[in-house]
Every structure is written in C-alpha cells, then in structure tokens.
Design a protein around this ligand. Structure first.
Ligand SMILES: [Zn+2]
Ligand SMILES: [Zn+2]
Length: 240
C-alpha cells in the first residue's frame, strides 16, 4: 500500500534440485510488479504481449499490477495460474475481474488464493462470486474454495450480507507457515512484514516454481521464498 512495500511475482525455470550458486540461475521473468508505479502497464513494462506466459506447463496470466488503486484501464494485483487444467486465481485485486473474464469464465476458476486482506489484493473476490452466482442461477457452479489468512476476506465476503453469496464459496483459512495443497499446486507460505498479516507464497507444480511476495518489506524469509526459483536477468525499467 505504500512505496516501501512491493509486490513481486516471478516465475521460473529451474528445478528445485539445481544447486544455488552465488548468482541464481534465471530464465525469464514472467511477471514482476512494483507498487511504486501504478500508472504504468505491467505488460508494457515487461514487453510481453498481454503479460501472458507459459513455462513447462505452469501458465501465468498477469491480470494487473497496480498498487493501492487501479489506474485508468488497468487493474491491481491479480494472477491466473494454471497447470494441468486447474485454474488458480491468485489475489483478485481491484478491477481484476474484467481482465480475468477476457481469459476465462468466472465459473471456470477452481480456487482462489489471497496473500492478504488489503482490497487491492482481494476486492474483486466479491464480483467474482456475484458472477458465479447471479450469472448461473439455474445451474450454479460448485462452491469455489477461497484460501486466505484468518479474517483477511471477511469484509469483502460481508458486502452482500449473509446468505446471498454464501453458497458460492468455501472459506479455507490457513496460517502463514502452513503448507497447502491446492489442485496440482504445492504451496509453501511465510509470514512477511506488512501493515497487516501477509503471506508470501511459493507455488510448485511439475518442477516449476512461482514465488510471490504479496506486499512486503525487507525480510530474510524472502531468500527462502525465492530459493532456486529465479531471479530476473534483466529487470524492466521501473519494475522491482
Ligand atoms: Zn497490502
Ligand atoms: Zn498492495
């Protein structure tokens, strides 16, 4: 939420058995965003078409990277991570739903994972659930699992009062430090420094790793979080 905090996501290329040398091996940075420059498009900064990449079966679609609020025509943090036909929506921040719907249907999301409770990371969980519920009243999709730290999504889930969206989701709260299994993804979590509890997330599938900090300040935990994943060989201007 402030310039001192950053949101970083990057994928990766090396298997976890690769030794970690003085300089980490890096393939390609797939996504990387800083909350310090919310007005600049992430894809534009990265020079990627639609900031969409596929790497060894794990596909990352960047829905947005603005910090705090969505700039004109853009969205806050949001990432669609796919593997083996499973669609995990990571951090549905402000304005990410319209971007998501350009790629897939609301009811096609298999699970949601939220790093922390700031609305630029979870506000569009609400319209996602509305779209799943109100857009499919005759044949509603199954309740989508929502994985979040305790209380992180309470305010967003309460927007429609009790009842309306209750059948649309199953809240699965976790504690930072827990290991999660969500679809084909194994996920390690760390508590990282932020103004509210924030979980750093390390997603692994098919020998690939996606390390995502949510918002964080400096922390030695970041070394473990990003261990043997990757480090950008070329960091786009204004990014990270
Ligand atoms: Zn935050
Ligand atoms: Zn943020």
């Amino acid at each position: 939420m402030r310039a001192a905090t950053r949101c970083i996501a990057w994928t990766v290329a090396r298997s976890s058995t690769e030794p970690l040398g003085g300089a980490w091996n890096v393939a390609q940075v797939r996504a990387c965003c800083s909350h310090e420059r919310p007005a600049q498009g992430l894809a534009e900064r990265l020079g990627l078409e639609e900031a969409r990449g596929e790497d060894g079966g794990m596909r990352l679609t960047v829905l947005g990277g603005c910090g705090a609020w969505p700039a004109a025509g853009q969205a806050c943090s949001g990432y669609l991570v796919e593997h083996d036909g499973f669609r995990l929506l990571l951090d549905p921040g402000y304005a990410t739903l319209p971007r998501l719907l350009q790629h897939t249907a609301a009811e096609a999301v298999d699970a949601v994972l939220v790093s922390h409770g700031h609305p630029d990371h979870c506000a569009d969980l609400h319209p996602l659930l509305r779209a799943r519920t109100l857009g499919n009243q005759d044949d509603p999709p199954p309740a989508v699992p929502v994985h979040a730290l305790p209380g992180a999504t309470d305010a967003v889930l309460a927007l429609d009062g009790s009842g309306t969206l209750q059948a649309a989701y199953v809240l699965r709260e976790f504690s930072a430090g827990d290991h999660l299994e969500i679809g084909p993804f194994g996920i390690d979590t760390w508590l990282l420094p932020h103004f509210v509890p924030n979980a750093g997330l390390r997603l692994t599938a098919a020998g690939r790793v996606l390390a995502y900090t949510g918002d964080t300040g400096p922390s030695p935990e970041l070394v473990e979080l990003a261990r043997e994943s990757t480090r950008p060989g070329r960091v786009p201007d204004g990014c990270c």
